[in-house]
Design a protein around this ligand. Structure first.
Ligand SMILES: [Zn+2]
Length: 339
């Protein structure tokens, strides 16, 4: 057993090299076509790793996001830092153990806390984001008692503090980590109004952030959903073999096509119910989701109908409309219980 897998085992994850040509690793499939996937630091290429967090059917995917690592001679680049301290620390320890190096830079793909709360455990390093993401990270802050409903995530919570991005990019940027060219590419509005992606053109690997959700219901609570489809089309025009989504197993453009198909169906079916004067919560419960009904966290459909109603009404703002979204989720859940 090598040093990497020993350290991994001690921390409760596995670390395996991915070397099966250009094919993505097969996630474990159960029953339907929805896979389960592990918590692991997976080597995608020389000096490139993806860190996924276990999820799949029957697992609440809230706050279970993915991250990435690019290895340079002088240090590591983190792509997102996860949310609860226990997750951020496990990711950081896995990467440092596997590479023997420390982090010297973070890129936040967007401001959501499951991608940025962990920043404080990587600081003091440069933390790069879009202008919008930095401001939204500051505006939303960290709640007084985060993850209160997850007792198993409480370790290290007192150390959690706000560490907003230190560098903002109006456009993109290119870094070089050893032989790896790392392009940071803005692609918004999409999942938020400040999404960045990390693209490795020579390796054809894309860290898409939450523009890509695979096998879990996409969370559109800060999105401009019609433009999100355009953002996916921009990825489809790129030379990409492997996509690390913000949530879900490592995949390809095939899984991204599923995200796009869900969003297209969502827009078309929500538009009909908006025209009928149906409430957003009822519309979410009434959506004919087909194969997407099996994706976890279906209550996010109610966030998404609220955002689309605002788009259709011409009142959409970048910030989340929390009261409207909470009301829609409550109505959605009540209708589901009554079925
Ligand atoms: Zn997000």
């Amino acid at each position: 057993m090598g040093l990497v897998s020993m350290a991994g085992t001690a921390l409760g994850f596995t670390s395996r090299a991915w070397s099966a040509g250009r094919r993505p690793p097969a996630a474990q499939r159960v029953g339907s076509q929805i896979p389960s996937w592990p918590t692991e630091l997976r080597r995608l290429s020389s000096g490139v790793y993806a860190y996924t967090q276990a999820s799949g059917p029957g697992v609440d995917n809230a706050s279970l996001s993915n991250a990435g690592v690019i290895v340079g001679p002088d240090g590591l680049l983190a792509i997102d830092t996860l949310g609860p301290p226990i997750h951020a620390k496990a990711f950081k320890a896995a990467a440092e153990s596997a590479t023997g190096r420390r982090f010297n830079r973070v890129v936040n793909t967007h401001h959501h806390r499951d991608h940025t709360n962990g920043n404080c455990f990587f600081a003091p390093v440069e933390i790069v984001s879009s202008d919008y993401t930095r401001q939204a990270t500051i505006d939303e802050g960290i709640p007084e008692h985060p993850y209160d409903n997850r007792p198993q995530w409480q370790a290290g919570m007192r150390e959690l503090k706000l560490a907003p991005p230190t560098t903002t990019l109006g456009g993109g940027a290119t870094y070089r980590y050893g032989g790896t060219v790392v392009e940071v590419i803005p692609n918004y509005p999409a999942h938020t109004f400040g999404d960045l992606m990390v693209y490795l053109p020579e390796l054809k690997i894309l860290f898409a952030g939450d523009i890509a959700f695979s096998y879990v219901t996409p969370a559109g609570h800060n999105a401009q959903i019609t433009k999100w489809i355009d953002a996916i089309d921009r990825i489809n025009r790129m030379d990409v073999d492997l996509i690390v989504p913000g949530h879900g197993p490592i995949g390809t453009k095939k899984e991204l096509a599923d995200t796009r198909a869900y969003l297209e169906l969502l827009v078309a079916e929500t538009r009909k119910r908006y025209a009928m004067g149906m409430s957003p919560g009822r519309a979410a419960a009434d959506l004919p989701l087909g194969r997407f009904a099996a994706w976890t966290n279906p209550e996010r459909n109610a966030w998404n109908t609220v955002r689309l109603y605002a788009e259709f009404a011409g009142t959409l703002k970048p910030a989340q409309d929390l009261p409207a979204q909470n009301a829609a989720v409550a109505e959605y859940l009540a209708l589901q219980r009554a079925r």
